[in-house]
Design a protein around this ligand. Sequence first.
Ligand code: HEM
Length: 145
Amino acid sequence: MTGILGTNAHLGADINLILQIIMFLLLIIGLIYKKKRKFRIHGSIMAIAVILHVITFLTVMVPPFLEGFNYFITTTSDFRVQMTLAHAIPGAIAMILGIVLVEMWAIRPSNIATCSKRKRLMDVTALLWLVSLIFGIATYFAYYL
Ligand code: HEM
């Protein structure tokens, strides 16, 4: 199906790009609320971003990645493959860490203080996620512009 953004991309890739940008904005907004010390809102925004991440990962990213798996592991000298891996590897790790952080909060939602103890893990998650989102957006441009 043809895309909606006027590039060479198919509809799935366009929707994925839009969702990547939304997740990027959610991450930034979540960090702004953290800065304002509104931790419950921060946690909720991050939880929404993690859920979006899992949905896009399973529906839009895993199928083509598995289909082209041989290509992705044998053509690592290709710039676009490098870009895809720089998106996929930190993205997969950030997704797992994000699920862990949200799950641990969900077990005791009233206890924000224990979330504080995981702030180093949050730093790592946010950094990997931002790297993944930037390369995800760059991957789209490399393939479809
Ligand atoms: C993907 C999920 C999440 C990411 C990427 C994330 C990211 C971050 C980052 C980068 C910080 C700054 C850490 C620092 O000061 O060095 C932070 C702080 C914090 N986050 Fe999260 N966070 C996530 C989920 C959550 C959840 C679910 C909660 C639960 C309410 C939460 C509560 C907090 C609290 C309380 C702090 C302040 C820590 C402190 O300064 O003592 N975060 N988060």
